[in-house]
Ligand binder design. Structure first.
Ligand code: NAD
Length: 275
């Protein structure tokens, strides 16, 4: 039997808990979001994040820049937000325009206000098991979802496909901390099917619609589909759901799987940073 892991329902449950936690605070936490006006996909995500703030009683402020914003202008704004006592958490919606240095911008955010957990100090703490207040939201949300469905990770053969700093590398690390045996695959991996067929758990984060199909996986596999692509106006994950789901014990859908969990963990990070 296949269980479809409902990230949307779990995110709503998390919002209820955050809302009641926020009500007990003396002041509402504030999340500041920086966005450039040419980032259309980013603007959709920012609206989802604002809605999640509204649901939980968290203040959100959005700072919009023109696409030709200079690096210094953006860095100065980050400095200003770092020094603003009323701001608890800051995020820069990626991607930023090509003429800006993404790493430089993300690392300018104070690690104490790093809503996305992308700052190298927070990433480094997580990699050395020190668990900072903010951990990258997508990997954090995946672990929360696996826990909700009581999937025991210890000793599992876990395969992570994709090695980005925001998903692949940190989820591999979190799975390792839970005593899974972790293999990482990427665009240069040879004979990928040999790895996918051995895996008890597969996290796919590559951005290639329906890439992983039923012939590549074994019966009973747990599938976490991180991919989000738009195909003919519809959202598609990296997993060919129709051929993989019948073989899987647990699988996340796209939409309503990992996506809502990512936003919920951002709100959770904001609350934790405010404490
Ligand atoms: P990325 O786009 O930075 O990099 C893609 C990764 O996939 C690289 O590491 C590359 O080596 C690997 N890859 C590419 N082709 C491959 C192949 N044929 N075989 C094996 N590996 C291959 O990665 P990202 O930023 O983690 O994004 C990946 C996908 O996840 C995108 O669709 C993105 O939109 C989505 N995403 C979703 C969420 C969410 O909340 N659901 C969050 C972040 C990213």
């Amino acid at each position: 039997m296949t269980t479809i892991m409902d990230g949307k329902a779990l995110s709503e449950k998390i919002y209820e808990k955050i809302k009641s936690d926020v009500e007990k605070l003396d002041r509402k936490p504030t999340l500041a979001v920086i966005l450039t006006k040419d980032n259309e996909a980013g603007a959709v995500y920012v609206r989802n994040k604002q809605r999640a703030c509204e649901k939980t009683g968290i203040n959100s402020m959005t700072i919009e820049f023109e696409p030709n914003v200079t690096e210094n202008e953006m860095l100065s704004k980050i400095d200003e937000l770092n020094n603003a006592p009323e701001v608890d958490a800051i995020l820069v919606q990626l991607p930023v325009p090509n003429h800006l240095d993404t790493e430089k911008i993300l690392n300018r955010i104070s690690p104490d206000k790093d809503a996305d957990g992308f700052h190298y100090v927070n990433a480094g703490k997580m990699f050395t098991g020190q668990m900072p207040a903010s951990i990258a939201c997508t990997p954090k949300g995946i672990i929360r979802l696996l826990d909700e469905y009581k999937i025991k990770l210890e000793g599992l053969n876990a395969l992570v496909i994709g090695r980005s700093n925001i998903v692949g590398k940190p989820i591999a690390q979190l799975l390792l901390q839970r005593n899974a045996t972790v293999t990482m695959a990427h665009s240069k991996t040879k004979n990928l099917s040999e790895y996918t067929k051995m895996a008890d758990l597969i996290v796919v984060a590559i951005g290639k619609p329906k890439f992983l199909n039923g012939d590549m996986v074994k019966d009973g596999v747990v599938i976490i589909d991180v991919g989000i692509s738009r195909v003919d106006g519809k959202l598609s994950g990296d997993v060919d759901f129709d051929s993989v789901a019948p073989k899987a014990s647990f699988i996340t859908p796209v939409p309503k799987g990992v996506g809502p969990m990512t936003v919920a963990m951002l709100i959770q990070n904001t609350l934790e940073l405010s404490k």
